[in-house]
Design a protein around this ligand. Structure first.
Ligand code: BMP
Length: 242
């Protein structure tokens, strides 16, 4: 069962090279923390990523919110990914027909396919990747989750995991990633609902927590990122030693 295996064992079980690499980083950096750097100026993002980089396995971006996006931003981000050994996840949530998604993913201004190790898609249009939302009243439940899992299994060469609020399968190679995480819980004024790292990784048995404002909104992001890393990794260790 995935939830009782180590990240190292799961990396060995995975066929997909990106999944193998991610499990490897998680094991070596003792980090199942992704930071979502949802800032709107390139320089602020680069500065934040350099500070939190030592503590994360993944840096998640939303490049379409950046006001001054350039190729130079991408090359700086890639250098930091090498320096700190993390993967870049562009949280684009593709949701159109294949032909349009090909253009959106490979072309346009952002050329996401050139630099993002990981991206994601809704499964509403059919085979793709998975999205299960953390916001209240979201519709990604029941049959949607089942169908999504089927799509992932049928395309496991391309799919490395899911965005989900609780573990949706025990397949060792799929990584369950949970956004909407804050040490103090709570929510925001637009429907976001927060769970704690331990609730996500120990109680709901997911693998990786995605933290945005809980880290990017504090005055000492590096120290706080380390706190989240320790909390999420301890919850993983507690889970596998059960
Ligand atoms: P924050 O921790 O600041 O609330 O940020 C959460 C991040 O995760 C945002 O980038 C958001 O787009 C993303 N996210 C989410 O919150 N819930 C989901 O269901 C899916 C997401 O990608």
């Amino acid at each position: 069962l995935a939830s009782s295996m180590t990240f190292k064992q799961r990396g060995e079980a995975a066929q997909n090279l990106v999944a193998r690499r991610l499990f490897n980083i998680m094991e070596n950096k003792q980090s199942n923390l992704a930071v979502s750097v949802d800032l709107t100026k390139s320089a602020d993002i680069i500065k934040m990523v350099d500070q939190v980089g030592p503590h994360v396995c993944v840096v998640k971006t939303h490049v379409d919110i950046i006001e001054d996006f350039t190729a130079d931003f991408v090359s700086k981000l890639q250098k930091l990914a090498e320096k700190h050994n993390f993967l870049i996840f562009e949280d684009r949530k593709y949701a159109d027909i294949g032909n349009t998604v090909c253009h959106q993913y490979g072309g346009g201004i952002y050329k996401v396919a050139d630099w993002a190790h990981i991206t994601n898609a809704h499964t509403v249009p059919g085979p793709g990747v998975v999205q299960e939302m953390s916001s209240s009243g979201n519709l990604a439940t029941g049959e949607y989750t089942k169908e999504t899992l089927k799509i992932a299994r049928d395309h496991s060469d391309f799919v490395i995991g899911f965005i989900c609020q609780s573990r949706i399968c025990e397949d060792p190679e799929f990584i369950c990633m949970t956004p909407g995480v804050k040490l103090e819980g709570g929510g925001d004024s637009l429907g976001q609902q927060y769970t704690t790292p331990r609730d996500a990784v120990f109680s709901r048995r997911t693998d990786l927590v995605i933290v945005g404002r809980g880290i990017t909104g504090v005055t000492n992001p590096e120290a706080v990122a380390n706190e989240y890393r320790l909390a999420a990794f301890a919850s993983y260790q507690e889970r596998i030693s059960q």
